[in-house]
Design a protein around this ligand. Structure first.
Ligand code: SF4
Ligand code: SF4
Length: 454
């Protein structure tokens, strides 16, 4: 018995030491110094602890049996799938369409168009006062903003100008001759091509009415027009952002990263739409400031992620650290949505780290509420956007502190799997995340020395 226990002690000592050493090394490589140091301290304590049983196993045999049994039970229990009180699937069958004119970018833009201002506030008088305060704040790229940098601000401005000029590429002529296709092979090629150009995930989904905006709102020339909802299929394209850049939130690095990934997402979606049109089938790309569709519900319903407390899509690998684009077509492609729950939404219920860190108080600490006829999390977009205009950046602090915003290393793959098993694992993972990375993030007073350096 004593020999068996000693052997188990050795196995646990080696196993846990290897795990902690690997954690420390990988944290060091991720520049997470706090996590690296804490795991090293754990490694030392762990070695002393198990060595103690190894050298005193006769005296402490009973205690040793208890510790080994508990460790084994906890280890095995972590594989059991169990989520009590899990809410049912989100029912979007009666979801109302969202009007793009209510989006904060649209509401900010109409300050340049007096006739649109009057039309909008006649329709939404409750938004007039808060919008006036937001209109009075400096615009992105102006020097009064906290993270304004005179040399780099023109970069993201140029990127968004480029996006605006590329809008005509999202639509185009459809080849006159329709080439017959095998939908499965065609779909696979679209996925491969999108990944070749930089996407990390692509999915096909049947479009539903609530996937479309009711009216357009981003540009004065078609403000208030009904959106085109004639297409049947959505292709959701996910582009990962660099964790190292987003971790610099809320500084200007986040806005630069965000702009760069919007450019990438636009490029990929425009190419895919053009590719489909060349086969003789209508297709249209929906990318930054050029949407008929909402990206988030389409991406969430694809099952390649879930809806997070911060009201945005949480990808199954990169968490909220992604940008999205959509291509719609009237071609029928095989539905590739996943039905397996990742249990991210359960984790959001206990985590609340984004809500604790949001400098504008835009993220709720409460459960999901019902609006537009379905249950979902959404943020107070007026507060968030107002803060963006104060600082002159996308902020992204919520994304940066989210436990899912981690590089796709072996260790973080293991943690994502661990979190997806049961509620006890989630509590332990959250405790460890707070311990290793800190619960609260200090907001930088200035931009990093090199805004573009990851
Ligand atoms: S920080 Fe926590 S609560 Fe917020 S989205 Fe991420 S996992 Fe959910
Ligand atoms: S971007 Fe910043 S202000 Fe907006 S919700 Fe996230 S943390 Fe809050």
């Amino acid at each position: 018995m004593a020999d068996t226990l000693t052997l188990i002690n050795w196995i646990i000592l080696f196993g846990t030491s290897f795990f902690l050493l690997a954690l420390s090394w990988s944290s060091f490589r991720e520049k997470e110094i706090r996590a690296a140091v804490i795991s090293l301290i754990f490694l030392i304590l762990n070695t002393f602890f198990w060595s103690f049983f190894l050298t005193n196993s006769e005296v402490f045999q009973t205690f040793n049996v208890v510790i080994v049994s508990l460790t084994t039970i906890l280890g095995l229990a972590s594989f059991i799938k169990y989520f009590p009180g899990k809410p049912g699937k989100r029912d979007t069958s009666k979801a109302q369409q969202y009007d793009e004119r209510d989006n904060m970018f649209a509401r900010n833009n109409i300050k340049h168009y007096p006739e649109l201002l009057e039309t909008y506030y006649a329709m939404r008088p409750e938004n007039r006062s808060i919008d006036q305060q937001i209109h009075n704040k400096p615009e992105f790229g102006e020097k009064d903003q906290v993270y304004h940098d005179p040399y780099t601000a023109p970069c993201y401005e140029a990127a968004f100008e480029y996006l605006e000029k590329s809008i005509p590429l999202s639509k185009g002529n459809v080849a006159e001759h329709k080439t017959p296709i095998d939908p499965v092979r065609f779909g696979k090629t679209i996925i491969d091509m999108s990944k070749f150009y930089g996407a990390c995930d692509v999915s096909f989904l049947r479009l539903k009415p609530h996937h479309f905006y009711s009216h357009k709102g981003r540009h004065a020339k078609n403000w208030g027009d009904k959106t085109d909802s004639s297409h049947k299929t959505a292709i959701a394209i996910v582009v990962p952002m660099r964790v190292e850049m987003i971790k610099k939130g809320p500084t200007s690095s986040v806005l630069q990263e965000s702009a760069q990934k919007y450019v990438e997402a636009a490029k990929i979606s425009n190419i895919i739409a053009g590719y489909i049109r060349n086969f003789g089938y209508p297709a249209r790309a929906h990318n930054d400031a050029n949407y008929d569709t909402l990206c988030v519900p389409i991406a969430v319903e694809s099952g390649f992620g879930e809806l997070g407390r911060m009201g945005i899509f949480m990808h199954r690998v990169h968490g909220p650290c992604v940008r999205l684009a959509i291509v719609t077509t009237n071609l029928e492609l095989p539905d590739s949505s996943l039905q397996k729950s990742l249990h991210m939404e359960e984790f959001c219920k206990i985590c609340k780290k984004c809500a604790d860190n949001c400098p504008s108080g835009s993220i709720t600490h409460d459960d999901e509420t019902y609006s537009r006829n379905f249950r979902h999390w959404s943020i107070q977009q007026e507060k968030c956007f107002s803060y963006w205009k104060t600082i002159g950046s996308d902020c992204g602090l919520c994304i940066s502190v989210c436990p899912y915003t981690k590089p796709d290393t072996l260790f973080h793959k293991f943690v994502r799997f661990y979190i997806s098993r049961n509620f006890l694992n989630q509590k332990i993972a959250l405790f460890m995340d707070d311990l290793l990375y800190g619960r609260y993030k200090k907001i930088a007073k200035t931009n990093p020395e090199n805004i573009f350096s990851a």
